[in-house]
Write a protein that binds this ligand. Sequence first.
Ligand code: FES
Length: 109
Amino acid sequence: MRIIDHPILTFAPQRLVRFVFDGRELEGYEGEPIAAALHAAGVRALSHSHDLGRPRGFYCAIGNCSSCLMVVDGEPNVRVCVERLRDGMRVDTQSGRGTLPVEWPTAPA
Ligand code: FES
């Protein structure tokens, strides 16, 4: 599901790369937003609401609304509408508010 022919815009050729989404291997174009690659692959639910678990998809698509938070290469709360796709990325649906991959330093006693 991509626009490949447009009456006004032209699309420069891009390199096709592979990434893994929730254990499924998918393809997308290097440098496009991760959400665009997922959308092209038919993935519409990018996250779920915290309280009711309702699916959330693209909303603002400019990194302002947090509707698209996912875990990317182990890092939670990544806005995939503005994060660019790279070869070999691992993208996972986030459950809840996400947990940090490392322990944060604690304040001195
Ligand atoms: S869709 Fe709004 S921050 Fe990504």
